[in-house]
Design a protein around this ligand. Structure first.
Ligand code: DSN
Length: 435
């Protein structure tokens, strides 16, 4: 980092502060993770200099297939980035058993936009999970392109159980006849049965799209049902459980492949981020290893242990626990007293615990205040924390809850949290650049 330090000490300084924050604080945001040094090196490489609009193949008019022997770029000098993108594509296909992979989406939102544009037309009906029940902005929120362009109908979870009643989803699908049924969530702690979603889609003649952003790493390790065999199109981010760089990906059936490619480029995006595609390829290689499978098993074990320990500490969890990497504390209504999600998030921050406020199903507070805290174990597991640390973390969270308006106490908890983090080193050699 010597060049950055010299040329731009302000940015250098803030990166230094951020690395300190990431290493000394307890990262419990369910959608965040720590990438490997190899992924980081690829993401920070000279590949950022290269324009490569197009694809490392062309769709052959004769066979209707993608042909790696036909030049598909709009710029010269792509011979090496072609090889990189091909590796990313082939590895993604192998991991998830997909017929086609587009590794160019810059983000999950852009992947979702390309999926919608490939399958349906503005004004068509989409049936998806309500945001406050665990869905996502791009699954039809009025402020997102998805809500603005399509006729959105939502299904939700059951008040008593916090999980889907698939029969109710089916009934709603029969009543509303969506063109697109969307499965996938950003705050749903339980596993999802994509086979049932496929059956419902078939019953009403809808396409099935799955956004597996949160669970992609678990799917890659064979620890969650794989949506790829069931869905027309599967989208994902690559930086959550999957532990790659901040980006997106689309997997689909061959019959949708050309249209998906067209929608990503030139439909939505321009030049692909080749440094990030290289980092995705590296992450995909890591995802094929035994070590990665062990890591994902530990993510789930840790989430389960954290859930049980939180319950032992008196917390209520949406759906009573988790099957995945994610859990959702229900802090109760305003009338019941206690901190809101917003207040609890702030108190956790003061204790060096990073998490996010989240609405819970049937929340009576606004999303900006919210009645829940969403937690996840991918990041703490990447720094090698195990079950005994999860029990300690649940204890810290209880202490924060009991002292949410006591800054002195929160500062004492912070010291203990920092100590715990310091005994699980992260990016040690990188930190040296900033000392
Ligand atoms: N913002 C992501 C999450 O935290 O789940 C979803 O895009």
């Amino acid at each position: 980092m010597k060049h950055l330090k010299l040329k731009d000490p302000e940015i250098f300084g803030f990166i230094g502060e951020e690395i300190k924050r990431q290493t000394e604080n307890l990262e419990l945001i369910a959608s965040e993770n720590f990438v490997s040094r190899a992924v980081l090196e690829a993401a920070g490489s000279i590949l950022t200099n290269k324009y490569a609009e197009g694809y490392p193949y062309r769709w052959s008019k004769k066979t209707g297939k993608a042909n790696y022997n036909l030049y598909g770029r709009y710029y010269g000098g792509c011979e090496y980035v072609d090889e990189i993108e091909k590796l990313a594509i082939e590895r993604a296909k192998e991991i998830f058993g997909a017929e086609h992979a587009n590794v160019q989406p810059h983000s999950g939102s852009q992947a979702n936009m390309a999926a919608y544009f490939s399958l349906i037309k503005p004004g068509d009906t989409v049936l998806s999970l309500e945001l406050s029940h665990g869905g996502h902005l791009t699954h039809g929120h009025p402020l997102s392109f998805s809500g603005a362009l399509y006729n959105i109908v939502h299904y939700g979870v059951e008040k008593e159980t916090g999980v889907f009643d698939y029969d109710k989803v089916r009934k709603l699908a029969i009543e509303t006849k969506p063109k697109l049924l969307l499965a996938g969530a950003s705050a749903y702690p339980r596993s999802i049965d994509f086979k049932i979603f496929r059956e419902i889609a078939d019953e009403v003649g809808a396409f099935l799209m799955v956004d597996m952003a949160h669970i992609a790493g678990l799917v890659a390790a064979g620890l969650h049902q794989n949506p790829v065999p069931y869905a027309d199109i599967v989208t994902s981010t690559t930086h959550k459980t999957l532990r790659g760089p901040r980006s997106g990906i689309i997997l689909c059936k061959e019959k949708h492949a050309q249209e998906v490619d067209r929608q990503v480029f030139p439909g939505i995006q321009g030049g692909p981020l080749m440094h990030i595609i290289a980092a995705k390829a590296v992450a995909f290689k890591e995802a094929m290893s035994d070590e990665y499978k062990q890591y994902q098993k530990q993510v789930i074990k840790n989430a389960d242990t954290l859930a049980k320990a939180l319950i032992d500490n008196g917390f209520k969890l949406v759906s009573g626990g988790t099957d995945t990497h994610l859990l959702l504390i229900d802090l109760g209504t305003e009338e019941e007293g206690g901190p809101s999600g917003k207040v609890m998030e702030g108190a956790l921050d003061l204790a060096a615990i990073t998490a996010n406020k989240n609405t819970v199903p049937f929340d009576t507070r606004t999303p900006f205040v919210a009645s829940g805290i969403r937690l996840g174990t991918p990041a703490v597991t990447s720094r090698d924390m195990k079950e005994s640390e999860m029990v300690k973390i649940a204890g810290f969270i209880r202490e924060v809850y009991d002292n949410y308006d006591n800054e002195t106490k929160l500062s004492e908890i912070k010291t203990k949290v920092n100590q715990l983090c310091n005994s699980f080193p992260l990016y040690d050699d990188l930190i040296k650049d900033f000392e």
